[in-house]
Write a protein that binds this ligand. Sequence first.
Ligand code: PMP
Length: 284
Amino acid sequence: MIYLNGKFTPIEEALIPVLDRGFIFGDGVYEVIPVYSRHPFRLQEHLQRLQNSLMSIRLENPHSEDQWRTIIGQVIDLNETDDQSIYLQVTRGVAKRDHAFPVDSVPTVLVTSNPLNPPRDEQLQKGVSAITATDNRWLRCDVKSTALLPNVLLRQLAADAGCVETILLRDGQLTEGSASNVFVVKSGIVLTLAKSNLILPGITYDVVLELVQANGIAHELRSVAKTELDDADEIWITSSSKEILPVTTLDGSPVGKGKPGPVFQRLHELYQSYKAQVMRAPGQ
Ligand code: PMP
C-alpha cells in the first residue's frame, strides 16, 4: 500500500499524469527512511533534510512535520513487514511542459514502502568491491534530487564491473559514492570530507561521526586524495540501506589486508547497539 496525494492505494493502482514535472524534468526531491521494528530511524533528521532539499529547489513543503509523521506512520501500518524502507518523493506537480516554474501547480506527494534489505552477513564478513570514477555530477549534490541520471550512469559502471558501488573523485579528491558516503581509515584515523555542496549530507554519515566522537575514536574531517584511497587500511560506504559496509577491493586491488578491518568491526557494533537503543526509546 502506498500514499499518493492524500489517498492510500495498492501500488499497482496508483497513477501519475504524464505531465508531472517529476516525470518530465526530474523536478523533485526525495528521501529514503529505514524503518526498524516499525519505528522510522532518525525521522526528524530525514524530514529536516527534505525541508532543506525543498527550499533549495524553491518548492514549498506541502506538509508540516506532524503531517509527514502521520502519513509515514500510516504507510508503515498498512504494510506487512516490520523492517521497511520508506521512499518519499515530492515533485513540482503537473503542468504544461515549460522549464520555468508553473504558477499554482500542486506538488505531487508519493510515499511508498518496500521490505528493508540490510547488507547480507557475507557482505559484512568479506566486504564488497568498488570501483572509482570521475564525479561528473552538478555542483548541488547536497540536494537530494530525483534527477539522478549521473548517479544512475555512475552506478551502472560498478554493476558492469560486478561491483557494489562506484566511488567518485572530483579533481583527484574523494567526494562520495553514487548512492553512499565514503569513509577511509589510515593508521587508525577515520577520515572523511566535511559536508559541502559536493556531497549529500548523509543521515548515516552523521550517525557514524557521532559514534566516532562519542567513543573517542581518532578522526579528521578533511579532503581525501585518490592516493590515500589507494593506500587506505580500510574503506567503508554508508547509507540508510547499506548501514556501514566495508569495501575490501577497490579497482581490483585489495584494500588494506583485503578483509574488513578492526575499526569497521568496532563501528559496526556501535551502530547496531545504537540502533537497538533508539528503537527501545522510539519517538526520536
Ligand atoms: N550520497 C548519495 C549520493 C546517496 O544517494 C545516499 C543515499 N541516499 C547517501 C550519500 C547516503 O545518505 P543516507 O545515509 O542519508 O542514506
